[in-house]
Design a protein around this ligand. Sequence first.
Ligand code: AHR
Length: 339
Amino acid sequence: MKTSKVLLVVVGLLVLSMLAACAAPAAAPAAQQPAAAAKPAGTASCAPNCTAKDLVLCYPQLGAESDWRTANTASFKETATQLGIKQLIFSDAQQKQENQISAIRSCIQQGVNVIALPPVVETGWDAVLTEAKNAGIPVIVVDRSVKSDPSLYAAHIGSDMVVEGQRSAEQMNKLLPNGGSIIELSGTTGSGAANGRAQGFREKLNPNIKIIDTQTGNFTRAEGKPVMEAFLKKYAGQIQGAFIHNDDMAIGAIEAMKAAGLKPGDMKVVSVDGTRGGFQAMVDGWIQADVECNPLLGPQVMDLAVKLMNGEQITKEVLTNESVYLPDKAQELLPSRKY
Ligand code: AHR
């Protein structure tokens, strides 16, 4: 009797516990569990502890057209060595967009952490930027700008080219207070640097100063010289000033001015970059104002690249602090110029 009662109680308890289990709410499906915070695209597996030593950076340099560009390349290579980054994949596109695009595609295939792109021209990047985005590789646009949807790149670090153009016009206004006719030697056609400088210059130029002609010298000495030669022939005795988009073209143009018998200061020259060559031309009296464009972007770009690998919040637009140099300080500052 006793044993059967115990059995009954045990069976009863078993039945009750089974019923209770059936009535209990089902465990929430995995999808309803609170999600872990999504990591931003480009976050590396070493996050949040990635350092420069983990960084594989792709730098499809646009070319070697100027002293500015040489200094920019050196800044990337030297910073990569100083920080001991894992790898810098560097290439020289020789001022051809298609070469930059092929280099970016190769970097995507190699699975780099970050691509830093100095775009030779502003348009035509959407397809390759989309490919990088789809591969989860963030792109930092460096130096010049792109005309692409900002969602296609992580950030832009470089100069405000419109402001550089405005500063150039302010100097020209001071140099030609009574107005005059000037010519413009423009940078690479379609580049953010040439477009921005041309725009800013026109925004601030006094109405009594007329731009009578503009031609590209492709940011090189070799092309700056014949362009100035042609201007001097076509407008002999009519040009009071020249806005030249970089120091290399200005140095080429000065050769043409010397050959044509001009003396320093006969034509007021405003140039851009602030290279050693530009400073020397100010010391020699050929350039009357040099608007700074800073090429030493390697440290900022690599710092930002590591932040992207760690999934950190970053600033989308980082503009370089720049100023204007005049001949009165050129001799004193020349020895300390880094480029
Ligand atoms: O994009 C920056 C410009 O490119 C510099 O002014 C010029 O020297 C370089 O070639």
